[in-house]
Design a protein around this ligand. Structure first.
Ligand SMILES: NC(=O)c1ccc[n+]([C@@H]2O[C@H](COP(=O)([O-])OP(=O)(O)OC[C@H]3O[C@@H](n4cnc5c(N)ncnc54)[C@H](O)[C@@H]3O)[C@@H](O)[C@H]2O)c1
Length: 338
């Protein structure tokens, strides 16, 4: 398909911002006009990549440039204000998850996005991973009949810094939110009830800031399907990302991606490579596909594949999981819908 060049700016050039920026720079249909980041080193690195217009302030960037769209990769507590400002300027928006940590603010922002008639895509990158896409395709082809159970395992190789944890919303709103979105994507129904249990098991500092690093969440969907989500911030063997769907006619598993596919057999056992280390490696291609989808949808006018409503629904599940832990009981989604 022929695209007109889309002018884009990027806000926030940390772990994920750098990936999105690099993918945008590789796209012939895009011109990256400017970037913003309060950190000088981030701006300098962007200049080395050929972007000569850089800003400390996001708002100054949006005032001073002529762009079609914004890609927001700044810390979570900036997202809602940045999306609102961009929407009011008529820009299409890609925003990293989560949109905000409160339902009320997310609803306000989604209303503004709707009123301004701009497109908003949320960064649930796992939907663009080829393993998980294959699972979805097989389900759509009725390969395993009716779905009864979904299991996701999502364990990080190590926790982020405590300062990041404090601003992020914690394990459920920062990390497990990807699993909540994946479960909704796979099941194709909405969650009715959430039961979660968890603890800070790897690092007491995480507990001291009111968060956990280990959790099990059970979701019950309106169509009766159950999902079990297992999360840890610290897996000694790397990034553990698996999905299993069990249905009336069979089961589908999507397993980890490894550094290579060799297996060594010796007198001590069978040995193989570790899983790809973390999200940047495991989801490298998914991030490319995700950004490609954003650009294609802007160019074609099609609906974004992941919407603000997907962000809202996953946030609801995360908030219900937090309430479930603090009250030690299953929580109906309706209870937390402010
Ligand atoms: N979808 C994913 O796979 C994924 C992965 C990681 C992070 N994230 C999300 O992306 C966001 C950023 O996470 P990260 O891990 O890249 O964080 P990070 O701390 O590595 O990077 C954040 C960057 O934003 C910059 N920044 C700080 N304040 C800013 C502001 N007011 N305006 C613009 N830039 C600002 C920082 O200087 C830094 O360069 C978070 O919301 C996180 O939830 C998503």
């Amino acid at each position: 398909m022929e695209f007109k060049k889309i002018k884009i700016a990027v806000a926030g050039l940390g772990r994920i911002g750098k990936i999105h920026l690099d993918n945008l720079l590789q796209n012939d249909n895009v011109e990256v006009v400017a970037v913003s980041d309060p950190l000088e080193i981030s701006r300098t690195k962007a200049m080395e990549k050929g972007i000569h217009i850089t800003f400390v302030s996001y708002y100054e960037m949006l005032e001073a440039t002529n762009i079609d769209a914004i890609v927001i990769c700044s810390p979570t507590d900036t997202h809602a204000d940045y999306v609102e400002y961009a929407a009011k300027k008529g820009l299409h928006i890609f925003c990293e998850k989560p949109l905000d940590l409160t339902l009320q603010r997310v609803k306000e922002v989604l209303h503004i996005v709707k009123m301004q008639d701009v497109k908003l895509m949320l960064g649930f990158n796992r939907r663009f991973d080829k393993e998980f896409k294959k699972v979805k395709e097989l389900i759509q082809k009725n390969a395993i009949g009716d779905i009864h159970l979904v299991k996701t395992t999502s364990r990080d190789p190590g926790a982020p810094p405590i300062d990041y944890i404090k601003r992020s919303g914690g394990l459920f709103l920062d990390m497990a939110i990807h699993d909540f979105d994946m479960a909704r994507f796979i099941v194709g129904s909405e969650v009715r009830e959430v039961y979660a249990t968890g603890a800070a098991m790897t690092n007491p500092e995480i507990g001291k800031v009111g968060d956990i690093d280990t959790a099990i969440t059970i979701l019950t969907f309106y169509n009766g399907v159950k999902a079990v989500i297992d999360n840890s911030r610290e897996a000694s063997y790397g990034y553990d990302q698996r999905l299993e769907v069990f249905g009336s006619k069979g089961m589908i598993q999507a397993n980890n991606n490894f550094q290579d596919a060799h297996q060594l057999f010796d007198a001590n056992g069978t040995h193989s490579s570790l899983p790809l280390h973390f999200f940047l490696e495991r989801y490298e291609k998914a991030y490319k596909n995700e950004m490609l989808n954003f650009i294609e949808c802007m160019a074609s006018g099609m609906e974004m594949p992941v919407t603000g409503v997907d962000g809202l629904k996953s946030l609801q599940i995360g908030l219900a999981a937090k309430k479930s832990i603090s009250e030690g009981r299953p929580v109906a989604i309706g209870e937390i819908d402010e």
